[in-house]
Design a protein around this ligand. Structure first.
Ligand code: C2E
Ligand code: MG
Ligand code: MG
Ligand code: MG
Length: 286
């Protein structure tokens, strides 16, 4: 269609936009059912101590097991849940399910030999709700777990662009004793002064920083500098997106002792991770 042909343009675009809106509306309705019903499922990805290969954490990652479409990934529905306010119900379910799962692993004699924390991803919207603090306290209390066994992963933009309420929530959570971590560090508006000010304990470095290792000659030095920066701020570093033995070895050589990625394991459904936990004390790498 030519640009000048305004009428032609309308005819072409209108049905598409209508279709897009219908599909979205349908998805909103279905997501509501999914949260209320039992279509959400948590996958778990281990976080490994790079020197001993022990499991030091497990990150819960939500999937939507759609009745006809199969597994839908979070990038496709978390934004919709956030825009429609369903994220608090979704996040509440994730919180309770993940905490209950950790309790199961810690109380089953076959898996209790492991000592790791549970990491969950928290949406910026959660920090805007005062009830979130109570939700976290309650989930931990009803599972009888020490708060230090839960680490909340927050994206940089959520904490850095945050307002007073966010800061209040973060400080309350910290007083409760849960761990706080900045996720996807290095992708957003990272600022050194924020790293010093925020009430967080750990920083998870985004996998894009690691993916250039091997192609960009400046990258090894850059990774080492990022790690030093995090340490200088008094924080611990976790590296995400480790996909090869070379990457794991390089990180260990510069003193990074924690990481996660496909090289160790993809996120696994609970029964599969439970099997691994039963059979291996340290993570097996092929
Ligand atoms: P994230 O928290 O940064 O999670 C890491 C993502 O990287 C996960 O994608 C994980 O499967 C993937 N990943 C892990 N190791 C590797 C690797 O070695 N290579 C590559 N290429 N990718 C790797 P996933 O599961 O699709 O989740 C995407 C994002 O969705 C998460 O990013 C998080 O921001 C969000 N998300 C997931 N679950 C939840 C949840 O329960 N609540 C909220 N609010 N957000 C969630
Ligand atoms: Mg995360
Ligand atoms: Mg991340
Ligand atoms: Mg991410």
């Amino acid at each position: 269609e030519s640009k000048a042909d305004g009428r032609g343009k309308l005819k072409v675009f209108e049905p598409d936009m209508l279709l897009a809106r219908q599909m979205r509306n349908q998805m909103v309705g279905e997501l509501k059912e999914a949260i209320a019903g039992s279509q959400l499922v948590l996958y778990y990805q281990p976080i490994i101590r790079l020197d001993t290969r022990e499991i030091e954490g497990v990150e819960a990652l939500v999937r939507w097991n759609h009745p006809t479409r199969g597994i839908i990934m979070p990038d496709e529905f978390i934004p919709i849940a956030e825009e429609t306010g369903m994220i608090s119900d979704l996040g509440g379910w994730v919180l309770r399910t993940a905490v209950e799962q950790l309790k199961k692993w810690r109380s089953d004699p076959l898996t209790a030999g492991h000592d790791f924390s549970m990491r969950i991803n928290v949406s910026a919207a959660d920090l805007q709700r005062l009830e979130f603090i109570e939700d976290v306290r309650e989930a931990l209390a009803s599972a009888g777990l020490d708060p230090s066994l839960l680490v909340l992963e927050l994206t940089e933009s959520a904490v850095i662009q945050g307002n007073d309420l966010d800061r209040y929530t973060l400080n309350s959570l910290r007083r409760l004793g849960v761990g706080l971590e900045i996720d996807d560090f290095g992708t957003g508006y990272s600022s050194i002064s924020y790293l010093r000010q925020l009430p967080v304990d750990t920083v998870k470095v985004d996998r894009t920083l690691l993916s250039a290792l091997g192609s960009d000659p400046a990258q090894p030095a850059l990774l080492a500098a990022v790690l030093q920066l995090i340490r200088a701020c008094g924080l611990a570093a976790v590296w995400e997106g480790i996909e090869s033995a070379e990457q794991a070895d390089y990180l260990l050589s510069i003193g990074c002792t924690s990481g996660q990625g496909y090289y160790f394991s993809r996120p696994l459904p609970e029964p599969q991770l439970t099997e691994q936990l039963k059979h291996y004390k340290t993570w097996p790498v092929s």
